[in-house]
Design a binder for this molecule. Sequence first.
Ligand code: IPE
Ligand code: IPE
Ligand code: MG
Length: 237
Amino acid sequence: MALSENNPIPQHIAIIMDGNGRWAKKRGLPRTAGHAAGAEAFRKIANYCRTLGVKYLTVYAFSTENWKRSEEEVGGIMRLLGKYLQEALRDMEKNRVCFRFFGDLSRLSPQLQKLCSEAVDQSADYDVQVNFCLNYGGRDEIVRAARAFAQDVAEGKYSSSDLTEELLSTYLYSKDVPDPELIIRPSGELRTSNFLLWQSAYSEFVFMNVLWPDFGPKDLDEAIAEYQRRNRRFGGT
Ligand code: IPE
Ligand code: IPE
Ligand code: MG
């Protein structure tokens, strides 16, 4: 692996797992086949992150906007998620990945919600934390945080002037998780599509042309190497 020894590997990497549909189209396959291949790519990358010693991996799997897709595609994605989670529960001991979910899970089927909570409960003691963004939207996350804070103000727990960046952060799905140093978007699109709007304030973005199902450890090395070449100033000089 040709990574620099000087700059640390990011402790938190976030990935917008995009390009499954185009990957399938190129092969004359249904979009769902692209999502299945994308799930495999995720499995490999999660394992590789553990090897690298990355502490947090946040992946965008389904956005608040993805419900706009056909019933067939959404149904296919949900079935694949169920299958993936069942396998993850079965292989928990081997993979040693700690699961968290960011997003409003209440819109998922009761079976899927149950698998999500089992995955969280059974993996709490493992060390690489995977934050799975499901029915997640950055704006939705901030609105929910604002609502929860307003509720606490109404109940007399806080006054509105108590609100700071730190306090607002504790109302987000990502509470207790440091902001990602590196956000990767494969598939060639140059936008965030509502991912980690609050947490990405000073993240380094790496956009890559590879489609997510083709994304492998070599591509992650390349993204990390690009991150390590960046000069992060955080507004300073
Ligand atoms: C990402 O791949 C997976 C989800 C958004 C659920 P896409 O399905 O968006 O693939 P493209 O962008 O159409 O190729
Ligand atoms: C972002 O990809 C969401 C996920 C990868 C889960 P999209 O494919 O939904 O984003 P747009 O539509 O290209 O912006
Ligand atoms: Mg897409």
